[in-house]
Design a protein around this ligand. Structure first.
Ligand SMILES: *Cc1c(COP(=O)(O)O)cnc(C)c1O
Length: 384
């Protein structure tokens, strides 16, 4: 593709940081991971603990485990998300209850959550879709009334802010970020759990490395350290490497540079597409900041061209695009889930029919966005 859907921004600092870890003799979880965790917690205001993991999927799995979610429980998950949000809880034995989304923000619709709630529900997992900061205070109020845990999927949402507060610093039980190759900062693969609950922090730290009471860095790298360790739980293998963490430290320093690069392109799209038969993504609420991980549009039914033909035209012109997401309740596996067979999801279904995600990345040029806009204007029959 001449204009890719996404391209990571990796500079000399990231490359030098990775090389210096390769030369250091310690490649896996160690000093760099601790530094990345400390800087991440500090970035969020210092009042949270940050636990580095090797993916957001692993982070959601660990957070769910630490919150005690298991067989017989169910979890409220918006249908408009990536499969990992649901799969992580499903692997703990929980049933997934899909919830429709709000038509403007495309984040979980609490009225629908209310309709789908049952006494078996143990947790709710809001997704900050596309980097739009969802109304976490409303989710927390909903959850408190029903004794639910709140586990935020913030895979898109660094550095989103709502009411002046960064996503990841709320009173939820846990919030999980992704550093996958195309996320707002990247370590290739990686993730971070943030929490204010010391019990969740301690449990996820133990469970991310086999249920060991001490990690390898502790055992091998301290003067006078001893080989001995104990297994206190049947853990997983979800720790982040120092190689990835070093890249993460360098990327985190550039998080606002990246956000403002994406925001400028998003503003250009919003301004130049607003007379077309499209639904455009919502701007951040007053006092907030949109992370602009995605720029999802919806071709309205009155347009003379359907979604698939617009994608084909973009591709013909060398422009990458994507769709976020085909709702999970439409997927073969999730459709077979025993829970909520009567579930209807009119908003997510209607959005998906026309959904396209446009190219958006920090190094994207204004001229590239102009080309995307020109092809969309041509497809939708309006030039200017
Ligand atoms: C990318 C993504 C994940 C999974 O992140 P990984 O780090 O790849 O495991 C989870 N939820 C959402 C909404 C995502 O976009």
């Amino acid at each position: 593709m001449r204009i890719p859907f996404f391209q990571p921004s990796i500079g000399n600092r990231e490359i030098e940081a990775a090389v210096s870890v390769l030369q250091s003799g310690w490649l896996t979880t160690g000093h760099k991971c601790r530094e990345f965790e400390a800087r991440f917690a500090e970035f969020l205001g210092g009042d949270v603990e940050a636990v580095a993991v090797n993916s957001a999927t692993a982070g959601i799995h660990l957070a769910g485990e630490a919150c005690g979610i298991g067989h017989g429980d169910s979890v409220l998950v918006p249908t408009l998300t990536f499969s990992a949000t649901a799969a992580a809880f499903h692997h703990l034995g929980a049933d997934i209850v899909f919830v429709d989304v709000d038509p403007v923000s495309l984040t979980i619709d609490l009225d629908d959550a209310e309709r789908k709630w049952t006494p078996r529900c143990k947790a709710i997992a809001p997704v900050h879709f596309g980097g739009w900061p969802c109304d976490i205070d409303a989710v927390l109020a909903f959850a408190r009334r029903r004794g639910l845990k709140v586990i935020e999927d913030a895979a898109h949402a660094l550095p989103a802010r709502r009411d002046g507060r960064l996503v990841g610093s709320s009173e939820s039980d846990a919030c999980i970020f992704s550093f996958y190759a195309n996320k707002t900062i990247t370590t290739g693969e990686g993730g971070m759990i943030t929490t204010r609950d010391p019990v969740v922090a301690a449990r996820t730290r133990v469970m991310r490395t086999h249920g060991l009471n001490r990690d390898a860095f502790d055992r091998f790298n301290r003067i006078g350290a001893s080989w001995s360790y104990d297994i206190v739980a049947p853990g997983f293998k979800y720790n982040l490497t120092d190689l990835a963490a070093a890249i993460g430290v360098a990327q985190l320093e550039r998080v606002y540079e990246f956000q403002s690069g994406r925001q400028a392109i998003a503003e250009q799209y919003l301004e130049c597409l607003d007379d077309l038969p499209l639904d455009l993504p919502a701007r951040a609420p007053e006092g907030g900041l949109h992370a602009w991980h995605l720029f999802p549009i919806r071709i309205r039914p009155e347009a003379a061209i359907c979604r698939d033909d617009v994608i084909a035209l973009l591709s013909e012109r060398g422009i990458g695009s994507s769709v976020h997401y085909r709702p999970l309740h439409q997927m073969t596996y999730w459709r077979r889930q025993p829970c909520d067979p009567q579930g209807v999801f009119p908003v997510a279904d209607r959005y998906f029919e026309g959904a396209i995600t446009l190219p958006l990345f920090p190094g994207m040029r204004e001229s590239e966005a102009r080309e995307v806009i020109a092809v969309l204007r041509e497809a939708l029959g309006r030039r200017r």
